[in-house]
Ligand binder design. Structure first.
Ligand SMILES: [Mg+2]
Length: 167
């Protein structure tokens, strides 16, 4: 496997980029974060409370079905803007709800970039290591646009988190 581990990349299985890659976002695609969105609308946003309650999210059926479609013959890569400090709880949640991830990519420690910049950079890294990214599932429009411009089949998942212009 030609895969390199960055500090914010967590390899979960030995499956890697010898398989085509299917990317999944987490919040709004695999996990239902609706019950804690209010913490982000506070002024200032309460990111700590928002993150602390993530273990209570319910899994989203669409995400479960989509992952099952790709599971057998793709490397399943989580690309999330959650910080690496949340990786342990996030991976525990994914396993508890039956999401079989091969590689999880989190936001690097202290990284403040907008989500689409962060995820665009990670897409470049995946490709530079030989990853053939076939599809990416996202609920945030700016991220969908980024993947689409990069030539990735971008699948929109409706979460309702971004409808008030707070993209
Ligand atoms: Mg999302």
């Amino acid at each position: 496997m030609r895969q390199v581990n960055f500090p914010h990349w967590v390899r979960v299985t030995e499956r890697g980029f010898e398989l085509p890659v299917a990317i999944f976002d987490m919040d709004g695609v695999l996990s239902d974060a609706t019950h804690r969105q209010g913490y982000l609308r506070a002024s200032p946003p309460d990111w700590v409370a928002f993150g602390d309650l993530a273990h209570l999210d319910e899994p989203l059926e669409f995400g479960q079905r989509e992952m099952a479609r790709y599971r057998d013959d793709h490397c399943i890569v989580l690309v999330t803007a959650r910080p690496i400090e949340r990786s342990e709880g996030s991976l525990e949640w994914l396993a508890r709800h039956g999401f079989a991830i091969d590689l999880a990519i989190f936001r690097p420690s202290a990284d403040q970039r907008p989500s689409h910049e962060l995820k665009g950079h990670e897409l470049d890294r995946i490709r530079s290591l030989g990853g053939d990214v076939k599809v990416a599932h996202e609920d945030e429009i700016k991220n969908l646009v980024m993947y689409g411009k990069a030539g990735v089949n971008a699948v929109y998942v409706h979460s309702g988190y971004y409808e008030d212009g707070e993209v």
